[in-house]
Design a protein around this ligand. Structure first.
Ligand SMILES: [Zn+2]
Length: 137
């Protein structure tokens, strides 16, 4: 068994340090570009951010508008909310969304997808293979 341990050690030492470091970092998403027009708040880089998150716009919109307790619609590449909000408010909500629905709780990486199986929702991680049950948005 000693030899086996040695091989394992060698294998571990050959993994670039970066592979471990990166997993602890926060998922980087661009700053939210928000424009308030009258009584509506336009999230202008909505499309760009949902592409990075690899989630459907409908799902993210539903979560964010639910958390802001307002109505939201998607118009072109914008998400538009009724009411005046600040980009900080939306960033806070988006961060909660990412923590609950994007970051794998096992390995901390954002390489995930969601799936629905017989009425239950799961977060599937392509980095470590974990399957975590989540609440529906
Ligand atoms: Zn994972």
């Amino acid at each position: 068994m000693d030899d086996y341990e040695k091989i394992l050690d060698r294998a571990r030492s050959q993994v670039p340090e970066d592979a471990f470091k990166r997993s602890g970092e926060r998922f980087q998403v661009p700053k939210i570009q928000l424009m308030v027009q009258g009584n509506r708040s336009m999230w202008q880089n909505f499309q760009e951010i949902i592409m990075i998150l690899n989630r459907s716009g409908k799902e993210v919109l539903k979560y964010v508008s639910g958390q802001l307790a307002t109505a939201g619609t998607i118009e072109g590449s914008n998400a538009i909310f009724n009411g005046k909000f600040t980009s900080n408010q939306i960033e806070d909500v988006l961060e909660r969304y990412i923590d609950s629905y994007v970051i794998c709780p096992v390995c901390g990486r954002p390489d995930t997808d969601t799936s629905k199986e017989s009425g239950a929702y799961y977060l599937l991680c392509s980095a470590c293979g974990a399957r975590t049950s989540i609440r529906p948005v």
